[in-house]
Design a protein around this ligand. Sequence first.
Ligand code: COA
Ligand code: MG
Length: 296
Amino acid sequence: MTPRSWLFIPGDSEKKLGKADSTGADALILDIEDSVAPERKAEARRMTRTFLEDRAPGARSSQLYVRVNPLEDSALEDLAAVMPGAPDGIMIPKTYDADCVRQLSLYLDAFEAAQGIERGTTKIIPVATETARAALTLHSFLGQPLPRMQAMTWGAEDLATVLGASTNRDETGQWALTYRIARSNLLLTAKALGIAAIDTLYVDFKDDAGLRASCQAAAGEGFDGRIAIHPAQVAGINEGFAPSEDAVAHARRVIAAFDANPGAGTVGLDGKMIDIPHLKQARQVLALHDSIAARD
Ligand code: COA
Ligand code: MG
C-alpha cells in the first residue's frame, strides 16, 4: 500500500526517534538534510543507521525512508552510512530533473550489491519542485522508466527561497500561483507515470481542523498522501487519504447498479447518470479501502 502519512523525524533527535514506533504513520522519513544542523550530520547518520538496524525489513511498523542531502552535497556519504540498515526508500531533495533520480538509482544499485540487498528493493521519492529548474522540467520524468520511483512529492519552502520570494502565499492565504502551478504539475506528472502523488506539509501543526480540511481537498484532487511534521498530524492525514464510509457505501452502490444491468455502459443511480468512469472510480475506492483495511 502507498503510505498516506509520511512523518519527518530529525535523524539526530534521540527523543523524537524514541517516539517513532508509536506514531501510527504509514511511513517515517528519517531526516539527515535540513532539519539537522551541519555539525550534527555525522551524528544523524550514525543514529539513523542504528535506528534502521534495530528494525529489520519485514518487522517494521512503518515504512522507513531516509531523506539524504542533495546529490551535489553529501548524498553519497549519507547513503554509505544508512544503506547497511536497508531503508525501504530514499527521499532525495532539491533535484533538478529526472536525471537526478536516475543517478541516485545507479548509486542504489551499487549500495544494494555491496549490502547483499536484492537490486531494486530500495524505493525513491524525489522532492521534485524544490529548485526553479525542477519545477520547469517535470516533463523529463515522462521519458524514462524509473522503476524505483513509486511516489513523488513537492515542496514550497525551498522553492520560495531560490526564487527570492518573501512569501509563497497569496493574499487569501492559499498557495501563490507559482506554487499552485508546481503542485498541479507534480500531480499530473505522478499520475501520468501511474505513481503516487504526495502533498507537501501543512505547517501549522496545532491546527487539526485546518489540516483535515486541507487533506480532504487534496485527496479529492487525486493526491494519495501527505508529508507530516508532527505526530499530531498523522491521524488527520491517515483519515483524510482513506475513503470515507460514505464514499465506500456509494462505491458499492455504483458497482451493484452495474452488476444489476449486465452489458450496460451507463445506468441511473439516485436520478443521476453514471457511466464507465464512475465504475472505474468506484473500483479504485474499494481497492484503496481494502488495502488500508488489510494494513490496519
Ligand atoms: N517525530 C517524533 N516526535 C516528535 C516530532 C516528530 N516529527 N515532533 C514532535 N515530537 C514529539 C516531541 O519531542 C514532544 O515530545 P515530549 O512530549 O516527550 O516532549 C512531543 O512530540 C510534542 O511535541 P511539541 O512540543 O508539540 O513540538 P516541538 O516544539 O517539540 O517540536 C517541531 C516542533 C516542528 C520542531 C517538531 O515537530 C519537528 O521536529 N518536526 C519535524 C521537523 C522536520 O523534520 N522538518 C524537516 C522536513 S520539512
Ligand atoms: Mg527543504
